[in-house]
Design a protein around this ligand. Sequence first.
Ligand code: ADP
Ligand code: MG
Length: 650
Amino acid sequence: MSAQEKVQDQEKNYDQGFSADVSRLLDIVANALYTNHDIFLRELISNAADACDRLRYDAITNPDLTKDNPDFRICTYKDTTNRTVTVVDNGIGMDDAELAENLGTIAKSGTAALMEQLKASKSETGDKLKLIGQFGVGFYAGFMVAHKIEVVSRKAGSDKIFTWESDGASGFIVREASEIEAARLDGARGTAITLYIKDEACEFLIDKKIEDTVKLYSDHIEVPIYLGAPAMVSQDSGAEPLNNSAALWMRSPSEITDEEYTNFYTHIGQTIDEPIMTSHWHAEGKIDFTSLLFIPTLRPWDLFDPSRKRFVKLYIRRVFITDDLEGLMYPWLRFVRGIIDSEDLPLNISRETLQYNPVVEKIRSAVARKILSDLDKLSRNDEPAFITFWGQFGAAIKEGLYDAAEHQAAILKICRFYSTHDNGDKLVSLEQYVERMKDGQDKIYYLSGENLENVKNSPQLEGFRSRDIEVLYFTDTIDDFWLQSVLDYKGHKFQSITRGDVDFDKFDDDKADAESSDKTKEKQEKASPDVSALITSMQDILKDKVHNVRKSKRLKDSAVCLVAPDEAVDMHMERVLKVNQKYNANTKPVLEINPSHPLIIKLSKKAENKEDIKDLAFLLLDQAHIIQGNELENPSEFARRMSDIMKNIL
Ligand code: ADP
Ligand code: MG
């Protein structure tokens, strides 16, 4: 039975228990949140402002809804006799079913996410508090300071008034409002929320405390907020709003403090972490709009969930339109929160058709350009902040490399990777990579794999390390995909070091010249005896398993490694594709052997006698697969060969 059916099912009183999630949340709110009580007011005012925004939008197509009073406002006041604090708005209001549904179950995505995380977290209150801090608890924050809450509401356009009432523990009741309760409303619509204040929160029964709290958290709210009951702050009373009440984003950035920005971010983003970057921009010219966008410090839990809600609100000339417009932001910027206020879009257009409006497309592109350039600035002005950002959102942004060709260059500019330089501990940009390229190097070398530890230990790196040629580590799954559409960076092609042959000669020649003469050549020849007979034998033994066997230039300490043939897909890429079931070709790898490795040298002396080296050849191939992180095709054969050999050396 839905909440609505439950409500209608009953006669006059609508007794109902909270949904299990709400009970849990309320328990935590009541018992664990000792600090920072005052955020309850921020949450209630934020809801009241949303309710005004929603009615303002509905009134565009149905002006009758606000004809009694087109001016929106929020009033808040205390009553010391009854020990209550009330927040009243003349926004959209709720009917009985909505009261039960919105305030009796957890509908909003953020709180549902919070509950998931709380379930997952076994730890004690401290951590839970931090989690709650991240998400905010919305309406239920009221129960931090109240032992009972009454919500009286009249939906705009309806003549019925209902009261929702709860002690925040057992459950709630929805009933028709009494006359006294109905009198709390501001005119013929909206909501009045009355909190019966707990003794330990009695500071909120002082006007000054209410005033300070509103100013602290809600100054940026565009709806005017008054101190006093609606009847007391009538038009001619001369009362001034507590808040600034001009849309924050319309003010000049130079007049806005960090604190104001952060408070606005908290309101709009429904979180209380701090933004790591704030981007406030009045765009003028072909299209006019203002954007105030934030990048969070913390990665949202559902960043890679395709059904993730969008967090950028669209306004048209200060009227809130929607917070869920597909196409307003690129999917790879889905972590950005904030508002965009357009001067060009028509107001009387349905939310559904907005998506296809060419102005929206232009805004999307301009905003992306702005964010990317601000991020580039951040990387230069505040590197630690940028690195934090990259760790949280880099993988998402890289999706843009194949999703939005026009922004490719700007994205590549801010991309950071770990590399063989500095032992893989520092992120480097492509620009830095190119600056460090060796004489004669024209390609950007990379190694892709599951994780940093894995790739750092790859034998394929040995030859590059010994020649001091930098190799980038690509460890995000997405890396293998964008490489398909990004051909080069400033003319330098990307080259996987586990694919094809590497032309080391041009680097080695340089060295030889410098050291001058035959000595080096002699050394080299001594170090790498002829392995061509061994190669022929191994090739024959392993012909069903490998593309071919060849002498390696990239190995120094290891005996063998695998690489993909020139024309084939890179090995890690092939694995990724297989996992995603988009690919089932089984490319045979190239087995490279290290001619100066003692094992290979010994082996090459027995190369003629194929039967003798057969098991060893297979073992070497299996070993190369293991290093690569591949599954062995035939583990029991591997074990048999291994034990045979062990037996022989005992
Ligand atoms: P959120 O605001 O994140 O959706 P809340 O817990 O703050 O979550 O509020 C839950 C829901 O209750 C809101 O989404 C809204 O539908 C409804 N609501 C709360 N306060 C009001 C109000 N003053 N007027 C109209 N609806 C409200
Ligand atoms: Mg809310």
